[in-house]
Design a protein around this ligand. Structure first.
Ligand code: NAP
Length: 317
């Protein structure tokens, strides 16, 4: 069934996620009008040049006036202050959602500001790239990716159904989860791998016996895939770790134990342990490919030395 467009959608934040939403809304005609707000005049001007919004506003409250859907596409750490700034201007009956990579903390910060009669339904599209800013978005970012909604108790069913239909029209599959469960799941699928990437790049950068030039020259040995993750926006990731502290710390404890076991196996020459561990890991990769969450092509479908496929470029959260 065709999606009945929103009269007006407000995008607060026009970086990777906000600009991608704009592109897909334009392509699929999901909104009759788009208004926007970003912190800097530079981003606001660029968003207008790119046609990401019909109107850009210096104040977030002006952007959300009369909007039927408001999407907070800002770093997690500022969601609360943005919610406070827009609260008085929200239209009764409007849906407010967000795209933050952590859910419990966003709910803690945003929900107290949402007036009665406005539907707050937190969300998180599991799609991204290492790029940020208004130029980085593209319409297919959300295609065949999951979007997780974490509705609060007593959420209006009609509003939840409308937001679900919106994300489906953006090309995503929609799942519903408890916020804490979302944060635990994402700690292993996204937050820990990202932390490992930041750390391995740091370790390589600090090495003294191997030159920086050699690290770069021979990076195709696996290192460069970590550098892609590690090139992601530092503000976004700082906020993720500060706001999903407990789940990430619990998981890091577990991870460190498993790493120590591998360390021991290497030290004592326990080839069976290494072989079994690597065999199990290979099986998980196969299941990810079967689930359509990555390409089976060699080297992540890079196609030789040059360029990434769109698929391999949008596999991050
Ligand atoms: P981004 O490209 O860095 O864009 C962030 C946007 O937020 C910019 O337009 C920025 O404006 C604006 N902003 C920052 N602070 C603000 C404030 N105090 N008031 C108003 N606007 C403010 O970030 P992104 O990658 O789109 O990420 C946005 C959200 O999506 C984050 O919560 C992140 O957790 C989530 N997410 C990201 C990914 C990913 O892979 N990147 C995937 C899924 C979900 P200026 O340009 O003027 O600073």
């Amino acid at each position: 069934m065709a999606f009945e467009p929103f009269d007006k959608v407000a995008l607060i934040g026009l970086g990777l996620i906000g600009s991608s939403l704009s592109h897909v809304m334009r392509r699929e005609k999901l909104a009759k009008a788009i208004s926007g707000h970003a912190r800097s005049a530079e981003t606001r001007d660029r968003a207008m040049e790119l046609g990401l919004a019909d109107t850009m506003h210096e104040h977030a409250a002006d952007a959300v006036r009369d909007a039927d859907l408001v999407v907070l596409c800002v770093p997690i750490g500022v969601c609360g202050q943005v919610a406070q700034a827009i609260a008085g201007a929200l239209k009764p009956g409007a849906i407010v959602t967000d795209v933050g990579s952590v859910k419990a903390a966003v709910i803690r910060d945003v929900a107290p500001h949402i007036p009665d009669g406005v539907h707050f339904i937190p969300g998180h599209p599991i799609a991204g790239t290492e790029y940020s800013g208004p130029d980085s978005g593209f319409a297919s970012l959300f295609e065949d990716r999951w979007c997780i909604l974490t509705p609060l108790n007593g959420t209006d069913k009609g509003a939840a159904a409308r937001l679900t239909a919106f994300w489906r029209a953006c090309g995503s599959d929609v799942d519903v989860m408890e916020p804490d469960h979302h944060d635990r799941v994402l700690s292993i699928t996204s937050h820990l791998p990202q932390l490992i990437a930041f750390n391995i790049v740091k370790t390589a950068a600090d090495l003294e016996e191997v030159t920086q030039q050699e690290v770069i020259k021979y990076s195709a040995g696996g290192f460069r895939d970590f550098t892609r993750l590690a090139a992601s926006d530092p503000t976004m990731w700082r906020d993720v770790y500060l706001n999903n502290r407990q789940a990430v710390l619990e998981l890091l404890g577990r991870f460190s134990e498993d790493l120590s076991a591998l360390q021991r196996a290497i030290r004592w020459g326990d080839g069976d342990m290494l072989f079994d561990t690597f065999t199990r890991a290979r099986g998980i990769r196969q299941r990810i490919i079967e689930a359509g969450q990555d390409t089976a092509e060699p080297d992540f479908g890079r196609g030789g030395q040059h360029g990434e496929t769109a698929d391999s470029a949008r596999d991050k959260d």
